[in-house]
Design a protein around this ligand. Sequence first.
Ligand code: DAH
Length: 337
Amino acid sequence: MLVKVEELSKEVAGFNSSVAEEVEQFRIRLLGKKGEITALLKEFRNVPVEQKKEFGQKINILKNAALEKIEALKIKAEETSAANHGLDLSMPASPFELGGRHPLSVVRNEIISIFNRIGFAVSEGPEIEDDWHNFTALNFPEEHPARDMQDTFFIDPETALRTHTSSVQVRVMENSTPPIRTISPGRLFRNEAISARAHCIFHQVEGLYIDKDVSFSDLKQTLLYFAKEMFGEKTKIRLRPSYFPFTEPSAEVDVSCQLCNGKGCNVCKHTGFLEIMGCGMVDPNVLENAGIDSKVYSGFAFGMGIERITMLKYQVNDLRHFFENDLRFLKQFKTAY
Ligand code: DAH
């Protein structure tokens, strides 16, 4: 049998053809069901134990050599046949364009990824929202101007298009027990005239962290981490006291201006800082409204506009670009996210 292996090895080494059918015939003769190498492999079990090792190695070498040879000849045969038909397989393919993500999706995904890395999950809520989740549970007084017809698109007195993603906070708190770490990206609607700086449809990401002993310094550190990840390691943040019905205390968050590195320029109106979001410690009333014991738990929340972050990051100067789908604008945002 060793002699047969030798013979076949020589045959494999010497075989050459650029005709696909011939190569296939050769394959069938050696490696097909009734092929000669297949037969040898079957006979392996009859080989005396002391010869098994040597025979095994030789036949494996033979089999691999045959497979390699056939594979190489097949490729050669294909090329030859293509060349005969006037094709050059080494020519570059004709270019085709891949689409890109919308810049708002790019930035939303980046925000999600930044917060995922510190344990925040993603949650979502409905765009058509009831009064309770959009206003009442968030501690908006009955006569609060945000409930006014001028700001809100009402469907009926109890139902409206949500005016912020803070409504998702309430839904998450109602449906889970602390610790809660979540961000809620989404679309919202306000009855505003469309201009370079305002739109009736835009996007926010809401953040919520509820646990025992959550403090304002946790909030500050989380926001600093976010700002550095989003705008670069050198970014500074600044918190200014503010008011939101659902947080107490509340603050407005600024990041140092990317263009002038905080020195002051036209974009930051010579303040060195740009506002990026609102935040605060969740008001105990809101915790209680959503069924969380405010004596045991505390938490922070924040909300940022995705358009605003995108405009700052990519120096887009008109909000309307995001909704016009002009390819000359959209094509500039092909990235990994
Ligand atoms: N909902 C606010 C808005 O639409 C943004 C906001 C501010 C969300 C402070 C928060 C927060 O969670 O704590 O302007």
